[in-house]
Design a protein around this ligand. Structure first.
Ligand code: DON
Length: 571
């Protein structure tokens, strides 16, 4: 046989091991292809942060090391949501111990906060005060949360985790379209904070152009302080002094004592099951995990996959379940350190079976006919999410926030740190909606040192004892339903993670009685939903997920294209 004739055989022989490694999704008919990795992967809303995290993984760091690095880096490169002056939640799966823990570093109300602090002389909620004033800021938790995570579950020194953030703050990085646009959106509001304007705008409050280098010297100094002195640098050292001084000058409530007494809490995650998968998510003071599991429990009782992806029948069932859960949120949720939340009842399969009976598969139930369920007192525009899986089988799912884009837009002079406006997540007055249209009652009223209720839903789905899906999203009240749909798209509709991410989303939160639908849902389906009695509102996108999925030997990931600049990268 001539050498030429042998060539195809030789090629086939040498390509066999390679073929065996080709990921199955590449060969499929996927409309959207996810990012690919084998050893580790980082998914975040900003590319410098993703790369910084991946570098740590490649050096042998674990998922927590990478996540903490991403968290600090986003405070520099995605200042609308990444933060040192906000708070959040981190879910950590440690393979060696086969344990999932939830780190709660949510902001707290200052000790001087009072129940009616946002009511005006007529007893009405002063929205300007709750959303945009110095009083809108809760005591920040991010630095305490990230440093605790690293200390307990990480392997690298804090200095290493902060290094990329410090370099990017000091040396600067090119302004992206996303950064420029987000700053233009808040420019007017930000003008109340000279310090913020001087950092995020050029001389004369001129906006930066795409490609201009943004340096943040004060923020670099703050990062250096934390790098040198750890958590104390923020809560009792130089940064605390600057926050205290600023608060005193502006009549704000946060004091030295508020800062020095802030503690993150390690909590047991809420756990549920869905069609054989285990769902771990954030417990109160986030409502996210509880209602995610509550809705999944209800949906498990319906043949969702047979109904078909994004059909009127499937959406009808999903939406009716959402309404029931959000009605419960309005009454039964708050900081568990202040009053017991009956989590076990809300996430029980029995309760879901009772709720199932309330769902009409043909007709929308008007929200006015839905009341929060009876739960006996028990025994007891901006956020960002990132996900990490490492080669040791560990996983981190982290959502943190300043609440709105750039939080209160108020910067503490000399620190480069923006204050959150998380106090608006409390229920300032029973039954009066907050910025996300969410109502609440006594359990979420303002009390000194209490944590305000959240919807953030960092989630880890396990399959046969291993992380299968790590996901989460920003989006205020829409976070829970966004995460829900990622899970349904993957488990019920067998979509790959890029397709699951790109699919049209729907949302209902009981009040207002509106079914929000992203543009792109089939017109026939919209018509059917309207005929069923839904008040469908088409338009705005929902959420911005950053997800990683493990299938066989491969890691697949996807950054949500709904916001620019995300990057998911594996190696
Ligand atoms: O904790 C919460 O539920 C809200 N503060 C989250 C805000 C948010 O997601 C805004 N992002 N788009």
């Amino acid at each position: 046989m001539s050498a030429l004739k042998l060539l195809p055989l030789l090629l086939l022989f040498f390509s066999l091991p390679v073929l065996a490694q080709v990921d199955p999704i590449y060969e499929s008919k996927a409309r959207f292809h996810p990012a690919l990795g084998k050893q580790g992967m980082v998914s975040s809303q900003e590319s410098y942060a993703t790369r910084a995290g991946l570098e740590v993984l490649k050096e042998g760091g674990n998922a927590v090391d990478a996540a903490v690095t991403v968290g600090f880096t986003l405070a520099v490169t995605l200042p609308r949501a990444g933060n040192l002056g906000g708070g959040g939640f981190m879910l950590v799966y440690m393979a060696e111990k086969d344990e999932v823990v939830a780190i709660d570093y949510r902001e707290k109300a200052p000790l001087a906060a009072t129940r009616d602090m946002f009511l005006d002389e007529n007893g009405e909620v002063d929205r300007e005060k709750s959303m945009h004033s110095i009083f809108s800021a809760g005591v920040p938790g991010t630095v305490a949360g990230l440093t605790l995570a690293l200390e307990k579950y990480g392997t690298i020194p804090l200095k290493r985790a902060i290094r990329p953030a410090l370099e990017l703050a000091n040396q600067g990085f090119p302004v992206s379209q996303e950064l420029r646009s987000s700053l233009l959106q808040v420019k007017e509001r930000m003008e109340g904070s000279e310090a913020a304007v001087s950092v995020y705008f050029k001389e004369g409050a001129e906006p930066y152009s795409v490609g201009d280098i943004l340096t943040q010297k004060d923020l670099a100094q703050s990062l250096n302080e934390i790098s040198e002195n750890g958590v104390h640098g923020f809560y009792s050292g130089a940064i605390a002094k600057k926050i205290d001084k600023f608060m005193k000058a502006r009549g704000g409530l946060i004091t030295k004592e508020d800062l020095s007494s802030y503690e993150p809490v390690i909590r047991t995650p809420v756990k549920g099951t869905y069609r054989g998968y285990e769902i771990y998510s954030m417990p109160p003071p986030s409502s996210g995990g509880v209602h995610l599991i509550q809705i999944l429990n209800i949906l498990e009782l319906f043949p969702i996959s047979q109904m078909g992806h994004n059909t009127a029948a499937a959406i009808q069932t999903m939406v009716e379940a959402m309404k029931l859960a959000y009605a419960d949120r309005s009454k039964h949720m708050g900081d568990p350190d202040f009053a017991p939340v009956n989590t076990s009842r809300l996430i029980s399969k029995d309760f879901a079976s009772e709720l199932k009976l309330k769902i009409n598969s043909e007709k929308a139930t008007p929200s006015s006919e839905i009341l929060p369920g009876v739960i006996p007192a028990s025994e007891g525009n901006n956020t960002t999410h990132f996900s990490v899986i490492d080669k040791f089988g560990n996983a981190v799912s982290n959502t943190y926030t300043l609440n709105f884009s750039y939080g209160s837009k108020i910067m503490v002079p000399g620190t480069g740190i923006l204050l959150n406006n998380e106090m608006d997540d409390f229920s300032s007055k029973p039954g009066v909606p907050n910025a996300y249209g969410l109502t609440g009652g006594k359990l979420n009223s303002i009390e000194p040192a209490k944590r305000m209720l959240s919807s953030m839903t960092p989630t880890i789905v396990m399959k046969e004892g291993e992380p299968f899906l790590v996901t989460g999203s920003p989006g205020g009240s829409r976070i829970i339903t966004t995460v829900l749909q990622i899970i349904l798209n993957v488990i019920d509709f067998n979509l790959n993670i890029a397709e699951a991410t790109n699919s049209v989303r729907v949302h209902h939160q009981w009040l207002p009685d509106v079914l929000y639908v992203e543009d792109g849902l089939n017109g026939d389906t919209v018509k059917l939903l309207r005929e069923m009695g839904h008040n469908v509102e088409l338009g705005n996108t929902m959420g911005c997920t950053e997800s990683i999925m493990k299938v066989g030997d491969f890691l697949y990931g996807a950054s949500d294209p709904r916001r620019r600049g995300g990057l998911t990268k594996g190696y």
